[in-house]
Design a binder for this molecule. Structure first.
Ligand code: ZN
Ligand code: ZN
Length: 306
């Protein structure tokens, strides 16, 4: 199966600790890297995890709170020092460019690559990026400031050829691409060979959803329904639910309730408050509602759909 994995660079919430970095992760789809959020220290984690800076072309920012964006100037400045070329695109709400353009103009003047901001409206569900491998949509979360969740959907893959059948009908090489994409084949004698006899269906497309930061919100369920892996913030444990409500965050148990109602396959908790050096209680509270739950840790790599 082709690569679709999540590298956790940081999974702490706003207050940094010596154990956790603030929010950032790297989605690797077929060796293309997409960063989600870029908290302070992201570039250090990027190095630790030996991610290839040259393969990073796009960064998706959920919202403009410091623990999700303070790593941007440092990362961009480092890319510049490493001789990066081409273009780096930052998908974020319109204010991101207002905030960061002057900083980049001041500190990264001599950079050989362009940083482009592509803004999106975080109040609606829309496709914000698409290529041959992946489609990325944004959808509204419920937070103190406008905040977006992201859905990464692998694009449909071509069917698999059945070699014995291809050989049997002596199908020319130039026809194979169309057959992989669903065409039937007509022999020289005019016999129609149905595509289903020549190919096996491709594996189902996998989906990953990122929801952080957000209060408990059932409105997000239709957008994340049935995903293979859901990353949902779990800033607090149940005893601190009042604090979660006040700050528009979720408890671990609430994250699990969303996972359950959205019928996702696996849940990963993250964005843990600094008050919990050990998150085993949060994990236990979530697992009592949704057993297939894991807790993110720095430098963890999770395969989507396994
Ligand atoms: Zn946050
Ligand atoms: Zn926030």
């Amino acid at each position: 199966m082709e690569k679709f994995e999540i590298n956790i660079l940081g999974c702490g919430s706003a207050l940094p600790t010596t154990k956790r970095f603030t929010s950032s992760q790297m989605v690797n789809i077929r060796e293309k890297l997409f960063m989600i959020d870029c908290g302070e220290g992201t570039q250090i984690q990027f190095r630790k995890m030996k991610c290839n800076f040259n393969k990073l072309n796009r960064i998706f920012i959920s919202h403009l709170h410091g623990d999700h964006v303070f790593g941007l100037p440092g990362l961009i400045s480092t890319l510049s020092m490493l001789g990066r070329r081409g273009e780096l695109v930052i998908h974020a709400q319109p204010d991101a460019e207002k905030v960061f353009r002057p900083v980049l103009d001041y500190f990264c003047k001599e950079s050989d690559f362009r940083v482009c901001f592509e803004s999106f409206n975080s109040n609606v569900n829309s496709v914000i990026y698409e290529d041959k491998s992946v489609k990325v949509s944004a959808f509204p979360l419920k937070h103190r400031v406008p905040s977006a969740g992201f859905l990464f959907e692998e694009q449909a893959r071509p069917n698999h050829l059945i070699p014995e059948m291809i050989a049997f009908y002596q199908i020319p090489v130039h026809c194979l691409k169309d057959i992989k994409n669903g065409d039937d084949f007509v022999t020289e004698a005019g016999e129609l060979i149905a595509n289903s006899r020549l190919t096996r269906p491709a594996e189902k497309s996998r989906k990953y959803a990122y929801c952080s930061d957000t209060a408990y919100s059932e409105k997000i369920i239709p957008w994340i329904e049935g995903v293979d892996l859901l990353y949902h913030e779990a800033t607090f444990c149940e005893a601190d639910l009042a604090r979660a409500k006040e700050t528009f965050h979720s408890s671990a148990r609430q994250a699990a309730e969303i996972a359950c109602k959205a019928n996702v396959k696996q849940l990963m908790l993250g964005h843990f408050s600094a008050r919990y050096p050990d998150v085993s209680l949060l994990l236990k509270e979530a697992q009592s509602v949704f057993p297939n739950t894991i807790a993110a840790t720095e430098e963890m790599v999770v395969q989507v759909g396994e």
